[in-house]
Design a protein around this ligand. Structure first.
Ligand SMILES: NC(=O)c1ccc[n+]([C@@H]2O[C@H](COP(=O)([O-])OP(=O)(O)OC[C@H]3O[C@@H](n4cnc5c(N)ncnc54)[C@H](O)[C@@H]3O)[C@@H](O)[C@H]2O)c1
Length: 380
């Protein structure tokens, strides 16, 4: 008999499919069922995954062979799905952002606590192996104190076909809430979790219609971070990350004239790598570190050395690993309180952009001490 945990997925869209693929890779989870309100999506799920399909979260959560539910429906539906799953005693991984408002996110956390189930906020890029390696350098103080982190991302997020709902912060969407959630998550993780103040501006729109943003964030450990994101299309930061993007695939081909400036290694050369969320550079008192798809490039006074993360889990695989570890009793990083804190950071960007003033944060949580490093297993 299989000892793999049963996974249920709410929403057979882009995220749902990616999680199903990760579950298959782990061997520690098996896809037991999918719930989707769309008949068409249910038909796709039945055909593509060959599992039970349900029209409601309630039916999926009631299934006996489901232990953990991954909520990958649009953000506005996260709260109801998490509450239903928790009421059935199922552990939950909710997609980001956890909810639309802070109050709603706090209710979600309380529902999980009341039911005594584990709640994680999943698929965060702070689960990527190079990001964990960078955090380890910070904790081990190998390069002195962390002074600052700069994250920059250029994509076509805003140029892709988007519905009105996709660009509505009131429904938990738009660039700051959907993509900023990843970027602030990375920065919070590297800087220890406790963001203190946010000063930000958006450009090309507001309240979810923004085409980009710039944010400065100060942290409790004395470090500062800058996050820049442009979703306007055109220049793509994968040209600066060896062609590797958010899904750890190389799907950019710089023809002329770009090829003269950006010599990429090509698809064949770039296998077994980690996702890249734009460029991330950390400045320490005694060195500078660049994140790469293979790990870290560490610049010290004595020269440059590489630190490889080959074989370590990233993305959805790492999220499942974190749930597996949490169910074995280890303290997770990306729990509900972590998700509330990242949502607070996103909402502060909107507020600062609207008022022109810095925003102080009050719901931040620190990383648990180093326990997450040992929890993350390596690919065999
Ligand atoms: N972590 C990541 O990298 C990542 C990537 C993509 C999306 N996401 C997140 O995942 C969530 C979904 O995004 P997506 O791009 O997969 O969306 P999508 O539109 O591709 O898919 C959403 C699916 O949910 C279904 N759905 C809608 N309402 C539902 C409900 N009430 N109950 C059950 N199913 C419902 C839809 O029919 C659709 O099939 C969002 O919160 C988004 O922020 C995260």
């Amino acid at each position: 008999m299989s000892t793999a945990r049963g996974l249920g997925i709410v929403g057979w869209g882009a995220a749902g499919r990616l999680m199903a693929a990760a579950a298959e890779r782990t061997g520690r989870f098996r896809l037991s069922g999918v719930a989707d309100i769309s008949e068409d999506a249910r038909a796709h799920a039945a055909r593509e995954a060959g599992c039970s399909v349900w029209a409601s979260v309630d039916e999926l959560a009631g299934a006996r062979d489901v232990d953990v539910i991954y909520v990958a429906s649009p953000t506005v539906h996260h709260r109801a799905a998490v509450e239903t799953a928790a009421a059935h005693g199922k552990h939950v991984i909710s997609e980001k952002p956890l909810a639309v408002t802070l109050e709603e996110a706090q209710r979600v956390v309380e529902a999980a606590q009341r039911a005594g189930v584990v709640l994680l906020v999943g698929a965060t890029h702070s689960s990527d192996a190079p990001v964990r390696a960078l955090r380890r350098l910070v904790e081990e103080v190998r390069l002195g104190a962390l002074l600052s982190v700069a994250s920059a991302c250029h994509t076509d997020w805003h140029r892709r076909p988007r519905s009105a709902a996709d660009l509505d912060a009131g429904q938990g969407n738009g660039l700051v809430l959907r993509q900023g959630a990843h970027q602030f998550d990375i920065l919070r993780y590297v800087c220890g979790g406790v963001a203190q103040r946010v000063f930000a501006m958006t450009f090309g729109g507001s309240a979810g219609r923004e085409r980009g943003f710039s944010a400065c964030i100060s942290f409790g450990n004395g470090a500062q971070a800058s996050a820049y994101y442009s979703g306007t299309g055109g220049f793509d930061s994968r040209l600066l990350t060896w062609g590797v993007g958010e899904l750890a695939t190389v799907d950019i081909d710089p023809g002329p004239p770009l090829g003269r400036y950006f010599a990429l290694p090509g698809r064949e050369a770039v296998t077994q790598v980690s996702p890249m969320f734009g460029t991330t550079v950390a400045t320490f008192s005694e060195g500078t570190v660049w994140l790469t798809p293979r790990g870290l490039l560490i610049h010290e006074e004595t020269g440059v050395r590489e630190q490889s993360v080959a074989g370590q889990l990233s993305g959805w695989d790492a999220v499942l690993d974190e749930m597996d570890s949490a169910l074995e009793g280890r303290q997770p990083v990306h729990d509900g309180a972590w998700g509330v804190a990242t949502l607070e950071t996103c909402l502060a960007v909107h507020e600062s952009a609207r008022t022109g003033a810095p925003v102080s944060l009050e719901h931040q949580v620190a990383l648990p001490t180093a326990s997450h490093f040992t929890a993350l297993k390596e690919i065999s």
